[in-house]
Design a protein around this ligand. Structure first.
Ligand SMILES: Cc1cc2nc3c(=O)[nH]c(=O)nc-3n(C[C@H](O)[C@H](O)[C@H](O)COP(=O)(O)OP(=O)(O)OC[C@H]3O[C@@H](n4cnc5c(N)ncnc54)[C@H](O)[C@@H]3O)c2cc1C
Length: 265
């Protein structure tokens, strides 16, 4: 099938996006790696596509003492290739490298991935563990939300009509932090069936573990409950009730493997 006919706009100023994006008939497009297939399957039938992929305010980055602000239209490949300062001691390039294959990574963007809200998205899982945030802009004001709070469910986010993600905030990872990531896929280049992420802050010692790709929002296990294996299963049963016993076990195994493979950075 082919997409329905649509108008195509490519604004050069952030303010122009606002003029169009509040309408129901308009969809933003960044890398098109998720929206493109939805258009072709006619799951999305916008009258107008507003292409934000070349907007300069979304294409930059800003390193600060406590982290990195990444423009939402930065691609997975640019992160993989180390074109941004690495405030995460290798975590960001490693996650980028594990997304799909190079053709997808060359176009897909970090902001588009988070905005899409796929439960199996690697950025959502990993940045929920690292304490990442999205910066949202509605043409008048900016607001920031933790990624773990921004994603409300499968393909559901806290974005409101007329808002877009302008940037993604990634906190700086101190020395002696520990990070583990395990992604269960049937084939390389596919979205995951289960993701486990473990993270321990090198200075405060606080832990945050994430169970993702559950068909819902990421399950975040904080502080002392993170290491309590009974709590892992109880959280899964409570927060992902649609999973059967095998799927639950795959998620527990993914988290266990992430923990086993975790490394000091
Ligand atoms: C074959 C294949 C394999 C893949 N495998 C993986 C994988 O292993 N791991 C993984 O994480 N992902 C995977 N993906 C998804 C990929 O990472 C996409 O790049 C990503 O999900 C969407 O990013 P995009 O920039 O292409 O967004 P688009 O497709 O352009 O947009 C997606 C949605 O987000 C909205 N949007 C885009 N940018 C913004 C913004 N700044 N503000 C507000 N809304 C916005 C759009 O309106 C649309 O609704 C795969 C995709 C394909 C095609």
């Amino acid at each position: 099938m082919k997409a329905c006919a649509f108008d195509y706009r490519r604004p050069t100023q952030l303010g122009e996006v606002r003029e169009w994006s509040a309408s129901d008939d308009v969809r933003l497009i960044a890398g098109g790696q998720s929206l493109g297939p939805m258009l072709n399957l006619r799951l999305a039938q916008p009258e107008t596509l507003v292409d934000i992929s070349a907007l300069s305010p979304l294409r930059g980055f800003d390193e600060q003492a406590d982290g990195l602000m990444i423009g939402s239209a930065i691609t997975h490949a640019e992160i993989e290739d180390g074109l941004l300062p690495d405030v995460t001691r290798g975590i960001l390039p490693r996650i980028a490298r594990g997304i799909a294959y190079r053709a997808v990574r060359s176009r897909g963007t970090i902001g588009g991935s988070i905005a899409h809200g796929d439960p199996a998205a690697d950025w959502i899982a990993s940045l929920a563990a690292l304490g990442g945030e999205v910066v949202l802009y509605d043409g008048r004001r900016y607001r920031r939300l933790r990624i773990a709070d921004f994603v409300l469910g499968a393909f559901q986010t806290a974005i409101t009509p007329g808002e877009l993600i302008t940037a993604v905030w990634v906190p700086r990872v101190p020395a002696a932090s520990r990070f583990g990531y395990f992604k269960l896929c049937r084939k390389a280049g596919e979205l995951a069936h289960a993701i486990g992420v473990t993270w321990r802050h090198g200075e405060s010692g606080e832990a945050r573990y994430v169970i993702a790709a559950t068909q819902g929002r990421p399950i975040v296990l904080e502080h002392d409950v993170a290491d309590d294996r009974d709590h892992w299963m109880a959280s899964l049963e409570r927060q992902a009730p649609g999973l059967d016993a095998l799927e639950r076990q795959l998620h527990i195994d993914a988290l266990e493997r992430a923990l086993t493979k975790s490394e000091t950075l």
